[in-house]
Write a protein that binds this ligand. Sequence first.
Ligand code: 13P
Length: 247
Amino acid sequence: MRTPIIAGNWKMNNTIKEALGLIEEIKASKLNKDVEAVVCVPFICLSEAKKALENTEIKLGAQNMHWEESGAFTGEISPKMLKELGVDYVIIGHSERRQYFNETDETVNKKIKSSLNHGLKPIVCVGETLDEREANIEKDVVKKQIEKAFEGIEEKDLDNIVIAYEPIWAIGTGKTASSDDANNMLAFIRETIGNKYEEKKNDIRIQYGGSVKPSNIKELMDKEEIDGALVGGASLVAKDFVDLINF
Ligand code: 13P
């Protein structure tokens, strides 16, 4: 049985004060204990968020990291720093990082390896653009992203990796992939993983992301392959995020 995982990606939203307010609201609500809930907050909020989440089941995530442990990389944050703060998860290769900050399949691969080496659990993002989907090459694109991301990753590490399929055209646009399309792509991702790691094929958790909200979560989660959601906009509203966790 794969434990469902609902992760909020706050992106570049919320000051520390706002973050604490949102966390307090989430904490005050009754949450389904059978669902793993994660909040991926801006770097500057991690320390305070960690304290606020003490004695709760909610996990803490970062949204990016550098692959090196330390060094002359102005403005970057290392896995060692995240670990010291008590971070559980780190989003790697989000499409916004690929699109605006030159993240490549190679850097994604380095970051996944480094996060695992530091005891952090990567949420590895893949997904195609609208042009790629319209050209019917979405599966080729995602297959290549998965194969590159997992280069040199050992089978035992798969227990600590989550994959998030986020079609870029569905992010922040209000357009959700249909639950059938999402399920279909997740099945394909699982097959691709299975080609390399047969034993782990049915264990690895795969999320869908892209305009997930309380009105569509149930239909998505009812699908066999969908193990959770990576949520942007709706994770910024306490009631919506709580409704997602309690789908
Ligand atoms: P939205 O839920 O706002 O579409 O964002 C999805 C996303 O990018 C989560 O990482």
